[in-house]
Write a protein that binds this ligand. Structure first.
Ligand code: CUK
Ligand code: CUA
Length: 681
């Protein structure tokens, strides 16, 4: 029954939901009035109060949506979404369903609130590890966060994210939501198909994008077909140390097609990875004299590109055996070795493909064609048969291209401009449809899902506007949760007050908990909430059940160094505060506690080398202190128990009052000191 005819569709929902709404609004009213209001009166009264406040009255469906997203003060969200921060270079932690921002996690870009890259030596060293040929690159285009997995399910321990612009990968420890490591890819200057992890997080995948010669060496575009290369890099992750082991990682040389999104196989396809690609035309752009063809047309001319199907387990053996060549000191498996050893196969994929998403059981890979209204579903089993039967033709480089008809399982028409697909717990898939600005819900077929009833569109939900990625709760794991989905819309147009011509993104929360027949048009999907995000363009996000996260409330011991996640034996402790001079070097051991620094007066000479250690010896939850030194570009954030060190040359003389930048107590303003630098000579 279409919406609007007969009984309002929402009334046909379970009685429980309606009871929930009433309770929620009673709570709202009680919170507002402090009284014990009558709930039906509250509902009746709501729209007149909205009107008085200049707000439009709510429909029943909107009241329901409000009740399903409202969290009273003190109630926590059951899910946390980690969204990439796009050009901000950071990552955002957001509560679901409230869509309240919990934190902007500093990753590749210095961030003063967290004291990230403003003098704290530990953070500077991590940022410097991402330098490109010695140059600090202070921004990133963060793209695809990947939560660590155990057995293909999120375990809540780590999250990884790539920088598309500069081909870097960061490791965040979810005990304190801080970055512990940044690695710069030695073979490529940009990436895209990352990060994704293998089911036990042994490998973090970083796929390439715009082909360059290996190590981004110079070569003219005239030699594109011979000298330019694609790549995928496999970073070995060691869970115990919480670090990528660069010396056990490797890259694979690929043809100069532009590799796109990658996904790891799981369960039946564990040990394999799948990466889309485009520009198999090998277009090289148009010069100012009109030679060549612009990429927009040149890189989308063919009807087919190639899904890369890679035998990761075998590739890891080849790399470990040293059957590699060296690019900037990093081992790379040559394309010829991959062909000879059967590491790499191609599968034709639809025009301008995007997304490569493995189903929860690992049986299928779902690929979208931006210029094809279908999602195309490939069977991993059929790929294996085609490989065994040598059912292929070579591409221009000799890579076997498997027969499309032999490996294609199904196609589902979902709308114009399909991009990315995630899954729920009931066998449904959700695909973002860019040109139509919709989310398509369709059913998986095959014996593990809906069998012959599957591979069918179940409904489409309009979203606002131009959806890129979407994310369902734990929706890319072996055990998706369902319940919630977030549409990461690229444009917001008229959804919010316009803060100038640069508009925020619109993250739309969608309820996917209801059965298909509760609303046949949308397959039961309903938009619940619009969240503007004006801090960068988030590309992708992952949603984890909040109770899987076990963050520290305070650091476990006083003098904790977050860089190594252990106590620093040299950390200042109560009673060891002092200042020592050794030649031109002045070393300071300082503590911070509500509401003073010890010592709070330090006198040095201009030209001295300063080594300044400071520990926050407070142990209460949330008792963070900052340390700002004006003029020297220094600001630290010291969470309870944390120690930090800074090192700098006292080039400027003068009187520099230093102070605590976190409003920590009634005597916060008194939490200050004098740093006196006597002029030299
Ligand atoms: S993606 Cu990166 S540019 Cu993840 Cu669909 Cu769009
Ligand atoms: Cu410590 Cu303000």
């Amino acid at each position: 029954m279409p919406r609007g005819s007969g009984t309002p569709w929402w009334r046909r929902r379970s009685v429980l939901a309606v009871v929930g709404i009433v309770i929620a609004f009673t709570l709202v009213l009680q919170a507002c009035s402090g009284g014990d209001g009558d709930s039906s009166a509250a509902l009746g009264d709501m729209n007149s109060r909205r009107e008085a406040a200049g707000l439009a009255p709510l429909t029943d469906a909107q009241m329901e949506a409000a009740a399903l997203t409202y969290l009273p003060s003190g109630e926590w969200d059951p899910y946390v979404m980690f969204a990439s921060g796009g050009q901000s270079g950071q990552m955002f932690a957001i509560g679901v369903p409230s869509m309240r921002i919990l934190k902007s996690i500093a990753v590749f870009t210095p961030e003063p609130w967290q004291g990230w890259g403003f003098g704290n030596l530990g953070t500077e060293e991590i940022l410097d590890a991402g330098n490109v040929d010695g140059n600090r690159v202070n921004w990133a285009d963060t793209h695809h966060p990947a939560l660590s997995e155990t057995g293909g399910d999120y375990d809540g321990e780590y999250i990884f994210i790539n920088d598309k612009a500069n081909a870097r990968v960061a490791v965040v420890d979810l005990r304190d939501f801080e970055v512990k490591q940044i690695v710069k890819n030695p073979v490529a200057i940009n990436d895209h198909g990352g990060t994704k992890v293998t089911p036990d997080t042994e490998w973090v995948i970083e796929g390439g994008q715009y082909a360059t010669p290996n190590g981004w060496e110079y070569a003219p575009v005239e030699s594109y077909n011979e000298d330019y290369k694609g790549m995928v890099t496999m970073w070995r992750f060691d869970r115990t140390s919480g670090r990528i082991l660069e010396d056990q990682s490797f890259a694979m040389e690929l043809p100069p097609y532009w590799q796109d999104l990658c996904d790891a196989g799981k369960l039946v396809s564990d040990g394999w990875i799948f990466c889309g690609s485009f520009n198999t035309e090998r277009a090289t752009g148009a010069g100012p004299d009109g030679t060549g063809e612009q990429f927009e047309a040149g890189a989308s001319a063919r009807d087919r590109d190639y899904l890369h199907v890679i035998n990761l387990d075998k590739a890891a053996e080849i790399a470990a055996a040293g059957n590699t060549f060296d690019v900037n000191g990093f081992p790379m498996i040559s394309l010829q070795t991959s062909i000879d050893e059967g590491l790499l196969y191609f599968v034709p994929e639809p025009k301008s493909p995007h997304g490569a998403d493995v189903t929860p059981g690992g049986e299928y890979v779902v690929v979208s064609g931006k210029l094809d209204p279908h999602v195309t579903i490939y069977s991993f089993d059929k790929m294996q048969t085609a490989i065994a039967n040598q059912d292929w033709e070579p591409d221009p480089y000799g890579v076997p291209v498997l027969n499309f008809d032999s490996v294609m399982e199904a196609q589902v028409e979902v709308g114009l401009g399909p991009l990315h697909t995630e899954f729920d717990a009931d066998g449904y898939a959700y695909t973002s449809i860019f040109l139509d600005s919709t989310v398509a819900k369709w059913s998986l077929g095959g014996e593990n899902y809906f069998g012959d009833d599957g591979w069918k569109l179940e409904g489409t939900l309009p979203v606002q506007y131009n959806i890129g990625h979407l994310v369902a709760a734990e929706g890319d794991t072996v055990a998706p949760d369902g319940g919630y989905l977030v549409a990461l819309n690229k444009w917001s147009i008229d959804r919010f007050f316009p803060p100038g011509p640069l508009l925020p993104q619109n993250l739309q929360l969608v309820d996917i908990s209801q059965p298909v027949d509760s609303n046949p048009e949308t397959g039961g999907m309903q938009v619940l909430y619009d969240m503007p995000l004006g801090m960068g363009e988030p590309h992708y996000a992952q949603i984890i059940k909040a109770d899987k996260l076990q963050p520290f409330e305070v650091y476990p011991e006083i003098g904790w160094d977050p860089g190594v996640m252990a106590v620093d034996p040299n950390a200042p402790q109560i009673g060891t505060e002092r200042v020592e001079r050794n030649g031109d070097t002045v070393e300071i051991w300082m503590t911070a506690v509500r509401s003073h620094f010890t010592p709070d007066r330090v006198e040095i000479q201009q030209g001295d080398r300063v080594i300044w250690h400071i520990t926050n010896v407070d142990t209460s939850k949330d008792a963070t202190h900052g340390l700002a030194v004006p003029g020297y570009n220094i600001n630290l954030s010291l969470e309870p128990g944390e120690t930090a060190t800074m090192e700098f040359d006292a080039t400027m003389d003068g009187v520099f009052p230093f102070y605590c930048t976190e409003f920590c107590s009634a005597l916060h303003l008194e939490m200050a000191g004098y740093f006196l630098i006597e002029p030299s000579g």
